[in-house]
Ligand binder design. Structure first.
Ligand SMILES: NC(=O)c1ccc[n+]([C@@H]2O[C@H](COP(=O)([O-])OP(=O)(O)OC[C@H]3O[C@@H](n4cnc5c(N)ncnc54)[C@H](O)[C@@H]3O)[C@@H](O)[C@H]2O)c1
Length: 252
């Protein structure tokens, strides 16, 4: 029960990596604030956790709206008085296309959620963690935050931004006992990356992508959750500013 008495906020916890991470924290005794723009998905995650005997509550939230982000954190502080762990995980993939054809609206949307959303959340979280004397933050970046990914300009730019913000903020607040890290997942089977849908769109693509990963498979969301839990635990007490690939060796 590594996270007993801890208050844990996870954005984008109504699906995929965020949902599995919410389950994992709840299993370790944490009280999980499930935040998502999707009310149905968020409520489902809470119900699943409660059915397993865990503690969770849902807050509907758009990470790209600063007032909404402030309001969400205020709700948490009013109810619990502290925020020990924040996982800034909400993200969107955007519409793939080459750079000279990349949609202007797509750029704005992807940057607003994936990059600005992480900035907005960290801004408010760090202010609270300074007041309470510490905390741990993990941002979900991507291998696309460490290397290029053709046809995904906005996504790659947004995830490089997440890695840069993680490192900068980690250096600023290390002496205040606030640890800030990122994980960089490779293709992970979630609604955002569904190999079956992909196969229908382009036969053979899923196999080609797998071939490029040294472990020759896609990731399971629990492998991301396990890494996030470790980064937020006392076992990682000297780890900050790290952008950790969880990628079956792809970026090695
Ligand atoms: N699945 C992968 O292969 C993969 C690989 C690398 C990185 N990632 C990153 O992992 C994170 C989680 O992705 P996932 O695969 O679980 O996807 P997912 O689509 O299953 O989950 C993302 C969640 O974020 C929520 N969301 C979207 N926009 C939001 C907003 N404006 N405010 C609040 N919530 C919002 C969605 O409603 C959804 O519940 C994302 O940041 C994604 O970029 C995923």
């Amino acid at each position: 029960m590594e996270f007993s008495n801890k208050i844990i906020l996870i954005t984008g916890a109504g699906s995929g990596i965020g949902r599995v991470t919410a389950h994992a924290f709840a299993k370790e005794g944490g009280t999980v604030i499930v935040a998502d723009i999707n009310e149905k998905g968020g409520n489902e995650t809470v119900k699943q956790i409660e059915e397993l005997g865990g503690k969770a509550m849902f807050i509907k939230n758009n990470v790209a709206d600063y007032e909404d982000v402030e309001k969400m954190h205020q709700t948490i502080i009013d109810k619990y008085g502290h925020l020990d762990v924040a996982v800034n995980n909400a993200g969107i993939g955007g519409i793939p296309s080459r750079t000279h054809e990349h949609g202007l609206k797509n750029w704005d949307q992807v940057m607003a959620v994936n990059a600005t959303g992480v900035f907005y959340c960290m801004r408010v979280q760090i202010e609270q963690m300074l007041k309470q004397g510490g905390g741990a933050i993990v941002n979900t970046a991507s291998i696309a935050g460490l290397r290029g990914l053709p046809n995904n300009l906005a996504y790659v730019a947004s995830k490089h931004a997440v890695v840069g913000m993680t490192k900068t903020a980690a250096m600023e607040y290390a002496r205040h006992k606030i640890r800030i890290n990122a994980i960089c997942p490779v293709f992970t089977v979630t609604p955002l990356f569904d190999p079956e849908v992909m196969e229908k769109l382009s036969a053979g693509l899923s196999g080609k992508l797998k071939k490029g990963i040294p472990m020759k498979r896609f990731a399971d969301p629990i492998e991301m959750a396990n890494t996030i839990l470790w980064l937020c635990s006392d076992k990682a007490s000297f780890v900050t500013g790290h952008a950790m690939p969880v990628d079956g060796g792809l970026t090695a």
